[in-house]
Design a protein around this ligand. Structure first.
Ligand code: SF4
Ligand SMILES: [Zn+2]
Length: 142
């Protein structure tokens, strides 16, 4: 089964997956998704996002990501700034916010696993037992 892009024809929400959501999470309309091409999805989302996503937006996003979890965003701001530098450099140079501390394999599908924040609790690099930190220390134990 292959993942593809879907567009809500009521509110233009974009979904990437094997099948579309039954109910659009934004406009709540039922059965509103139609399959579209990757280039169409890129134009729709890129046009809205162009230049708008700042480091502050990313900080807000990762705090939300950590809400209610056993980990939290590292409160060490200088450390965080350094990691953000790496993430945003990767975005500039390689197109996506890849992990600042791990090497990309250059295989697109494989590297999708290390877009930050990653699913680090299941990665071999997770410093779980000893420290509860993600590999780079962007997230630490609460
Ligand atoms: S290990 Fe940490 S810094 Fe690296 S991608 Fe995962 S969450 Fe981000
Ligand atoms: Zn919708």
């Amino acid at each position: 089964m292959k993942k593809t892009f879907w567009r809500c024809f009521v509110c233009n929400d974009i979904h990437y997956g094997i099948r579309p959501p039954e109910i659009c999470p934004t406009c709540k309309v039922k059965n509103a998704y139609v399959e579209i091409s990757a280039s169409e999805a890129k134009i729709i989302t890129g046009a809205a996002a162009e230049g708008a996503y700042t480091k502050e937006d990313f900080l807000r996003a990762i705090h939300k990501f950590a809400e209610g979890q056993e980990f939290m965003v590292n409160p060490d701001r200088p450390r965080l700034e350094t990691l953000f530098e790496g993430v945003f450099n990767n975005q500039r140079n390689h197109g996506l916010k890849y992990c600042p501390c791990r090497l990309m394999t250059k295989e697109f599908e494989e590297d999708l696993k290390i877009i930050c924040p990653c699913n680090f609790l299941v990665h071999e690099t997770y410093k779980g037992v000893a420290k509860g930190e993600c590999w780079c220390g962007m997230f630490i134990k609460r």
